[in-house]
Design a binder for this molecule. Structure first.
Ligand SMILES: [Zn+2]
Ligand SMILES: [Zn+2]
Length: 376
């Protein structure tokens, strides 16, 4: 509450004084388009937020308010138009904005697609190809659901998880992340998925599934798009990007796995959809120089992150995005705040909090470890 009050006051002061735009310019904002990142789109935010990570969600109503506000200030473009713009064809006089829905959830088809069609907004979806057309939950959702059911709400939940990780020989996250399990389980999830290679996450899921189960009914709302939905959206002007095969956090994987993830998803999309796939969004926005090398070698031309750092060798493979969700622009009273939205799109809060990713290749099996040159 105190944090939200502070954020509201800071955003209001920055926005009224025009300082948000000034900070945005310092961060190279004017020379870059606005690229927004959303995940799931739901009818009832509060109900869905009890079952998943709240920052993955936005209600249809809030999405419409955010897009309306942005649409009055920016020209929405497709990923193809954004690509041309980034490559130097600056033939649009207004500032440009693109909208990407990550992960390829089915609720984007149900709730966002009708809204986008009605408003004529040419958005994009970045999809995890192994899950398209299946009823399986994606890996983060599955792990989060299991943590919720097995540990959250129990007084000894954090200790029990710590003990279980030790017993099966999986590296435990920092104490603070473990202890946040009760009140902010998404922080525990983040710490686990950011530290562990996917094989270890899958092993942990197996161990947890021996004790609890996520009922079929609860899994339904996490379903991904199917191929027919994707084709329908593509016909209506929605661009398709890759978000890897299985949503492996690429900076935690070997070069071989990174190549399989990025090439496999691209091949599958091209084969199934008959399109050329040039755009990729990095899972969790995580990248380092070795990941960028692999993505460049796999034929992608545009890559989307979630922070301001750019690889000076491949600036188009490190295009910053702004993540928005239901409460990203709420003031302390819980109302939609244009001042906070303005600060979000000018990346003022990024500027204040910084990026904690190392962006340096740290695995011995990467052949050419090199440091990303930080430009911003
Ligand atoms: Zn994702
Ligand atoms: Zn960064």
């Amino acid at each position: 509450m105190v944090r939200r009050l502070f954020k509201t006051a800071m955003a209001w002061a920055l926005h009224r004084s025009g300082a948000d735009q000034f900070i945005g310019r310092m961060d190279g904002f004017r020379s870059m388009p606005l690229v927004l990142c959303y995940h799931r789109v739901v009818e009832d935010f509060a109900a869905s937020a009890r079952k998943t990570m709240p920052a993955m969600l936005i209600s249809t109503r809030t999405l419409e308010r955010q897009l309306d506000w942005i649409g009055r200030r920016f020209c929405f473009v497709s990923l193809e138009e954004l690509g041309s713009w980034l490559e130097g064809e600056k033939n649009i006089s207004r500032p440009v904005a693109a909208v990407i829905f990550d992960d390829g959830y089915r609720d984007v088809h149900t709730h966002a697609f009708p809204l986008l069609k009605r408003k004529g907004i040419p958005a994009a979806v970045s999809v995890v190809t192994d899950f398209i057309g299946t009823s399986e939950m994606q890996i983060y959702d599955r792990l989060y659901g299991l943590l919720l059911r097995r540990f959250v709400g129990r007084p000894s939940g954090a200790e029990d998880l710590g003990r279980l990780l030790a017993a099966v020989g999986i590296r435990r996250p920092a104490d603070a992340a473990l202890l946040s399990l009760t009140k902010e389980p998404h922080k525990t999830l983040s710490a686990l998925v950011r530290e562990l290679p996917q094989a270890e996450i899958l092993r942990l899921i197996k161990v947890l599934e021996a004790g609890v189960d996520i009922p079929e009914n609860d899994r339904l709302e996490f379903r991904s798009l199917d191929w027919a939905m994707l084709a329908e959206m593509h016909r209506a002007g929605i661009s398709i990007a890759s978000h890897t095969k299985s949503h492996a956090l690429l900076t935690n994987e070997s070069r071989q796995t990174v190549l399989e993830e990025v090439q496999g998803s691209r091949r599958e999309l091209e084969r199934r959809m008959g399109i050329e796939v040039k755009h990729i969004a990095y899972p969790d926005g995580h990248f380092n120089s070795a990941v960028i090398d692999a993505v460049a070698a796999s034929g992608y031309r545009f890559g989307y992150t979630t922070c301001s750092h750019r690889d000076s060798r491949y600036p188009l493979l490190t295009v910053p995005r702004t993540i928005l969700w239901e409460n990203a622009c709420m003031d302390f009273t819980g109302s939609f705040s244009p001042a906070i939205l303005s600060c979000q799109i000018h990346r003022v809060f990024d500027f204040a909090s910084g990026c904690r990713q190392p962006h340096a290749s740290n695995r011995a099996d990467y052949r050419r470890p090199r440091f990303v040159e930080i430009q911003s």
